[in-house]
Ligand binder design. Structure first.
Ligand code: AMP
Length: 543
C-alpha cells in the first residue's frame, strides 16, 4: 500500500521561493569588488534571480546545459545560484585560484555555455577566452560603466544590462528532483579534476540535514558569513541552507583578510561563520594583535582540513566562539560529520570536551559511515583501529561527470580516501589522507596528529608532516615548520615538545624550517608539492 502524501519534488527553486515569501525582508549584505557594501533582501534576490532566469532563457540556455561562474561570495553570485538551477540548467562554480590552463580545461570539459565573472578575474577571462570556443558569452558582474574593454574576449556582456532588459515574471518550472542542478570539480591534486554533479534532491536534503541543531544549527535568527568560497563545494551548502531557514547572509567578496572580515562580523552582527583553518589563522592574528573581541559571533564552522586543537581552544577559551569541527568533501555535498557533543559529554572538563570536539565529529543523519581494513572488512568503533573511511547516502556521489575514472563505488559505498578511527560514540577522527600517511616499517603514522602537536607550540605559525624516504624504515616523518615572525625556536625545542604526547616511534626524525608551505586552490596544504620539494632530503637517522 502506498502512503497518501503528495509527492512534491525537492527543488532548489523552492528554497528561494520560501526565503522570499517568509523572510522577504531579511538582508543579504555583500562587500563588492567595487569596494562598497551592497545591501538588499531575500525578496530582491528572488526578483533578480527571476530576471536572470528569463535572461538565460532568452539566450537559449537549455535544460541541463552548464552555466559557469568565476566569482567571489556576493549577491550577484547568489542570484546566479538560484536562477541557473531554477530554470533547470546546471550551475558550474569554477575555482579562480586554479591555473588558467586548468580553468580552461574544466570549462571545456563541462562544456559551459556561458561564464559569469567578477571583474577581479577579467585577466583570467582574457587568457582563457581564446581557449574556450564553446562559451557563447562572457558576462561581467558589473554596471555598464565598469565593463572592461578589450578585444581578446568576443561576446563580452554586462550583467546589469542583461538584468535590466529582463522581466521578473517567471514561474520556476517543475522538474524531476533527481535532475542535475550544479557541478563542482574536485581539486585534482593528482591527475585531472573530476566533476561532481549534484541534483536538486541531494542539495535540498543536504540543506535539511546540515541546518539541524546537531549540525550547523541554522535559524532565521542567524546572520551567516560564509568565508568558504561559493566555488568550494557551494560554500558548504550555506547559500541553500540559509535560504531554507531564512537567515541573514553576509558575503565577504574579495575581502578575506582579518581586518575586512572582522569589520563585517561586527557591523553585520554575524552569529555564525565557516571556513578552512588557514583563513582563521589570519583572522585570529588580527584580533589578537588589536586586542579585539567578537560581540555577536557565537559559532564558527571549521573544516576542509583538520582544525588544530590550539585554534579550537583559542576560539572557545579566549573569544567565546564555539567551534564546530566538520568533515566532508566535494563528493559529499560536502558535509558528512560535525563535532557536536552528546549529553554524556556535558559534565566533562573544558579540556576533555575540547578533546572530543577536536575529532571530526559524528555522522549527520543521511550519511552512513564505516571504516575498513585493507581487505575491506569493517573495523570496530573503538577509537583505536584505523582504516579507510567509506560513506553512502543521498548526497554522496555515485559516479563522476561523464563517467570519468569509472565506477568509484565499492559495493555501494564511496571510498573517501581518508583514513580514520571511529570511537564508541561514533566520533570520526581523521588521521590522514591515505596518500599522506607515513608508512614506517609496515606501520602507519598519521600526519595530522603530529601537525596538531606542532601547531600547539607558541612559536609555530604553520606545520606540515610529510613522509621522507628512509633506508631502514621505508618512510619516516619530517616536520616542516613556518615559524611565527620574531620568535626564535630550535629544532631540539620543537622535538622536545612532542615528548610524552605521542608514541616514541611517531617522533619526527627531523625538522625543516621554511618560509612558507604551498597552499592549494581551496587553502589546504599541498603535501604532494612539499614531498616533491623534500624528495632528496637526507634524514639524520638515515646515515
Ligand atoms: P575537498 O573535496 O577539496 O573539500 O577535500 C576533501 C578532503 O579534505 C577530505 O577528504 C579530507 O581529506 C579533507 N578534510 C575535510 N575536512 C576535514 C577535517 N575536518 N579534518 C581533516 N581533513 C578534512
Amino acid at each position: 500500500m502506498q502512503g497518501l502524501m503528495m509527492s512534491a519534488p525537492l527543488l532548489i527553486s523552492s528554497l528561494i521561493t520560501h526565503a522570499d515569501r517568509h523572510h522577504g525582508e531579511t538582508e543579504i549584505v555583500s562587500r563588492r569588488v567595487e569596494g562598497d557594501i551592497h545591501r538588499y533582501t531575500w525578496h530582491d534576490c528572488h526578483r533578480r534571480a527571476r530576471q536572470l532566469g528569463n535572461a538565460l532563457l532568452a539566450m537559449d540556455i537549455q535544460t541541463s546545459e552548464r552555466v559557469a561562474t568565476l566569482a567571489w561570495n556576493g549577491y550577484r553570485h547568489l542570484e546566479t545560484y538560484f536562477a541557473v538551477s531554477g530554470i533547470g540548467s546546471v550551475l558550474h562554480t569554477v575555482n579562480p585560484r586554479l591555473f588558467p590552463e586548468q580553468i580552461a580545461w574544466i570549462v571545456n570539459h563541462a562544456d559551459d555555455q556561458l561564464l559569469l565573472f567578477d571583474l577581479t578575474f577579467f585577466p583570467i577571462i582574457e587568457t582563457i577566452a581564446p581557449l574556450c570556443p564553446n562559451v557563447r558569452a562572457w558576462i561581467a558582474y558589473c554596471d555598464r560603466d565598469r565593463l572592461p574593454s578589450g578585444d581578446k574576449v568576443a561576446n563580452l556582456m554586462c550583467y546589469e544590462d542583461l538584468l535590466a532588459r529582463a522581466s521578473d515574471a517567471l514561474i520556476w518550472p517543475e522538474m524531476e528532483e533527481t535532475a542535475a542542478s550544479s557541478l563542482c570539480y574536485t581539486s585534482g591534486t593528482t591527475g585531472n579534476p573530476k566533476g561532481v554533479l549534484y541534483s536538486h534532491r541531494s542539495t535540498v536534503l543536504h540543506s535539511f540535514a546540515s541546518g539541524m541543531p546537531d549540525a550547523l544549527c541554522l535559524s532565521a535568527r542567524d546572520s551567516v558569513l560564509p568565508v568558504v568560497p561559493m566555488f568550494h563545494v557551494n560554500a558548504w551548502g550555506l547559500p541553500y541552507s540559509s535560504a531554507m531557514v531564512g537567515a541573514k547572509m553576509v558575503m565577504p567578496g574579495p575581502g578575506l583578510d582579518g581586518k575586512s572580515l572582522f569589520e563585517l562580523f561586527e557591523n553585520e552582527r554575524v552569529t555564525i561563520s565557516a571556513g578552512v583553518p588557514t583563513v582563521w589563522l589570519g583572522l585570529l592574528n588580527y584580533v589578537r594583535q588589536n586586542g579585539l573581541k567578537f560581540s555577536t559571533m557565537r559559532r564558527t564552522v571549521i573544516g576542509g582540513s583538520a582544525c588544530p586543537p590550539a585554534m579550537l581552544k583559542t576560539f572557545q577559551d579566549d573569544y567565546g566562539v564555539q567551534v564546530l569541527h566538520a568533515w566532508g568533501m566535494t563528493e559529499m555535498s560536502p558535509i558528512g560529520t560535525c563535532g557536536v557533543l552528546k549529553a554524556k559529554h556535558e559534565g566533562l572538563s573544558s579540556e576533555e570536551r575540547q578533546a572530543v570536539q577536536s575529532k571530526q565529529g559524528r555522522a549527520i543523519y543521511g550519511v552512513d559511515i564505516k571504516i575498513v581494513d585493507e581487505k575491506g572488512d569493517e573495523l570496530p568503533w573503538d577509537g583505536v583501529a584505523f582504516g579507510d573511511v567509506l560513506v553512502r547516502g543521498p548526497w554522496v556521489v555515485s559516479g563522476y561527470f561523464r563517467g570519468d575514472g569509472g565506477d568509484p563505488l565499492r559495493a555501494g559505498w564511496f571510498p573517501t580516501g581518508d583514513v580514520a578511527t571511529i570511537d564508541a560514540d561514533g566520533f570520526l577522527h581523521i588521521t590522514d589522507r591515505s596518500k599522506d600517511v607515513i608508512k614506517s616499517g609496515g606501520e602507519w603514522i598519521g600526519s595530522i596528529d603530529l601537525e596538531n602537536i606542532a601547531m600547539s607550540h607558541p612559536a609555530v605559525a604553520m606545520a606540515a608532516v610529510i613522509a621522507v624516504r628512509h633506508p631502514k624504515w621505508d618512510e619516516r616523518p619530517l616536520l616542516v615548520v613556518v615559524k611565527k615572525p620574531d620568535v626564535a625556536v630550535s629544532r631540539e625545542e620543537l622535538l622536545k615538545h612532542f615528548e610524552g604526547r605521542i608514541a616514541k616511534w611517531w617522533m619526527p626524525d627531523d625538522v625543516a624550517f621554511v618560509d612558507s608551505i604551498p597552499l592549494g586552490a581551496t587553502g589546504k596544504m599541498l603535501k604532494n608539492k612539499l614531498r616533491e620539494q623534500f624528495k632528496d632530503y637526507v634524514l639524520p637517522t638515515a646515515a
